[in-house]
Design a protein around this ligand. Structure first.
Ligand code: DON
Length: 607
């Protein structure tokens, strides 16, 4: 099925093709050779999918669209303070080639006009102009996600006719804005404007800015995240020169145009847009490019000042451990205590990108639940990322809840930099850090143990053989026979006790002390824990129902003492005392019924 985005872009291109206004740029002679009918539109998503329509393979020179990327490079190389001393960030309201300099300092008003761009080209790192050029082309290529080159004919054409820019460069030298040889910096500026791209390249470059400086396909970081909003802010206020005010008012996306006919538009966290149509209006902006962005903004609601979603969207399902207990098999006493108190463990499923408005709503809902809460599990599985300010507020809330003896733990954030980074860097230094678990089952078991700890239930660390659930109800004389038949064995922490698929050896295990994890293999070679068993519980008992192979792997979580009973001994004892088998099977049926009930609960909770 063709994506409706692709269908829309194709129809948009068809609608725009009939627009005839505008002229090719001719003050750079080589640019006047373009085909005025060329028209292409590309849109790139945050996971790097590119939709394109029209002459999307047609290459052209990037011209002024290079400016935000070289400004970004200068910020990354020389730092904000140094760069803003050399180039301002104020809109000039003048044309792109105006000589808008600060009357006191001589600094260009912003890096989007030619004067500002020529200045920033001189600021990138590199001991020589050649090294600076290598830095510029490498940085622009990182934003595009491929190695870029220049159109030598356009570069030569501009260098031979760029007299106004030469005058600007000497002015900048005169005011000490350019420290080195101004003509060398100017040649690098001409080269950056002559870089060859197609509209997909533009859309990927825009998407890299939308994606916080990370290329959405290559994953390469083209710009440190802290500079992205600075670049976008200057694009939003200055990118379209003396059309910037109307652009932000009508279309509402940080953008940058170029006299080669390109336009980029950036929607932070959502899309990068690249458009190419060489016919320009009097301000040097692509006529069809502006109309394409206007229609995209209106039809897709892309204006940055448009409300994006509701804070409440940050929070999805809320349920409790009474509905979804851990998969551990508690002792009967633990189970009855948990049945009464497990609703005090709350799961909150968070969604999407968590900013301050979303985290405010989540915390408010948590505060509302406090009277009947012992711990919160914040399931972050469907969270795309969290802002620094939201992470800071969440850490503060976590510590405040801890002050009221309410635990806040996270699940399913392991290895997810977009979440872990700010949660870690915004935690107060006095804090021991947040607690996170790989899955909800481990998280809820920790919360159950914490709850049981309040009741002293968790202190059950050793049981007698007769307390084992599978042997409950055995007459003393039969229990004595079993006690004579069992063999005691100790397992070290992490020691495998049973392995999935191995032939059953007829052994049934009764845990006297310690805990074991029951694991099932997953397709990717990992294992999923399905239960934790403690004192009084048994495993391997399916042998009693004729199972020939072990259906799960059992690992000792700590030092574990077990009684081991051989199924042959059970057959032998049951021959003279059938009550033994009857009692074992009755207890096994009761246990399986309970497991089935809990599985149904989990399925209902997850549904
Ligand atoms: O310096 C110049 O005039 C050109 N190399 C770039 C101007 C430009 O792209 C203006 N943007 N619309």
């Amino acid at each position: 099925m063709q994506s409706p985005i692709q269908v829309y872009l194709d129809s948009l291109r068809t609608r725009l093709a009939s627009m005839q206004g505008g002229e090719l740029a001719n003050y750079i002679p080589e640019l006047s050779k373009a085909d005025p009918s060329w028209l292409s539109i590309s849109l790139v998503t945050m996971d790097g999918v590119a939709y394109s329509t029209g002459d999307s393979e047609q290459q052209f020179t990037i011209q002024s669209i290079s400016k935000p990327f070289v400004f970004a490079t200068a910020l990354a190389d020389r730092g904000v303070d140094f760069v803003t001393r050399k180039v301002g960030v104020e809109p000039s309201g003048d044309a792109f080639n105006s000589i808008s300099l600060n009357p006191k300092t001589g600094a260009p008003l912003n890096p989007m006009i030619n004067a500002g761009a020529i200045a920033t080209a001189s600021l990138v790192s590199g001991g020589t102009p050649e090294a600076q050029w290598e830095r510029i082309i490498a940085s622009m290529s990182a934003f595009a996600g491929r190695e870029l080159g220049i159109d030598a004919a356009v570069y030569r054409s501009e260098s031979e006719t760029g007299f106004r820019n030469r005058a600007i460069a000497w002015m900048l030298k005169n005011f000490g804005i350019i420290d080195g040889e101004p003509m060398a910096s100017l040649e690098n500026y001409f080269r950056q404007c002559s870089v060859l791209v197609d509209c997909r390249d533009l859309a990927y470059m825009a998407a890299t800015l939308a994606n916080g400086g990370l290329h959405p396909l290559t994953g390469e970081r083209a710009l440190p995240v802290e500079h992205v909003e600075r670049v976008l802010s200057v694009m939003a206020t200055c990118g379209m020169y003396d059309f910037a005010g109307s652009w932000l008012y009508e279309i509402g996306m940080p953008a940058k145009s170029g006299v080669g006919g390109g336009i980029i538009a950036v929607l932070p966290g959502r899309f990068g847009i690249g458009i190419f149509s060489p016919r320009l209006d009097a301000k040097g902006n692509s006529v069809r490019g502006i109309e394409a962005c206007r229609q995209l903004s209106q039809d897709f609601g892309l204006h940055v000042f448009r409300r994006a979603g509701e804070p409440a969207m940050a929070l999805g399902r809320v349920y409790t451990a009474a509905e979804a207990p851990s998969k551990r098999q508690p002792t009967p006493d633990m189970r009855s205590y948990l049945n009464e108190h497990a609703q005090r463990i709350k799961y909150l499923c968070l969604h999407g990108y968590i900013a301050v408005d979303g985290v405010e709503y989540v915390i408010r809902r948590m505060i509302d639940m406090v009277p009947d809460t012992a711990s919160f599990i914040l399931d972050m599985h469907q969270v795309d990322g969290i802002s620094e300010s939201a992470a800071r507020l969440l850490n503060e809330a976590r510590l405040r809840f801890a002050g009221d003896d309410i635990a806040v733990v996270f699940s399913r954030i392991h290895g997810r930099h977009a979440i872990e980074h700010f949660l870690s860097t915004t935690a107060p230094k006095t804090d021991h850090g947040y607690l996170s678990f790989e899955d909800n089952d481990l998280a809820v078991e920790w919360c159950e143990n914490r709850l049981l700890g309040d009741s002293q239930q968790a202190t059950v660390i050793r049981v007698a053989l007769g307390d084992c659930a599978l042997l409950k109800g055995l007459p003393p004389e039969l229990l004595a026979l079993v006690a004579d038949a069992v063999v005691k064995k100790q397992f070290a922490p992490g020691e495998p006790i049973l392995t999935t698929g191995e032939a059953g050896d007829g052994h049934v295990f009764f845990i006297e002390q310690g805990y074991v994890s029951i694991l099932v293999p997953l397709d990717d070679g990992a294992h999923q824990r399905i239960a934790t068993l403690g004192p009084g519980m048994s495993f391997g008992e399916m042998i009693l129902l004729g199972q020939s192979k072990r259906s799960a792997t059992v690992i000792a979580d700590c030092q574990v003492n077990c009684w081991i009973l051989d199924a042959d001994d059970i057959d032998h004892l049951a021959h003279d005392a059938p009550m033994l088998r009857i009692t074992l099977l009755e207890n096994l049926s009761r246990d399986m019924a309970e497991k089935l009930r809990r599985a149904t609960q989990w399925i209902a909770a997850l549904a």
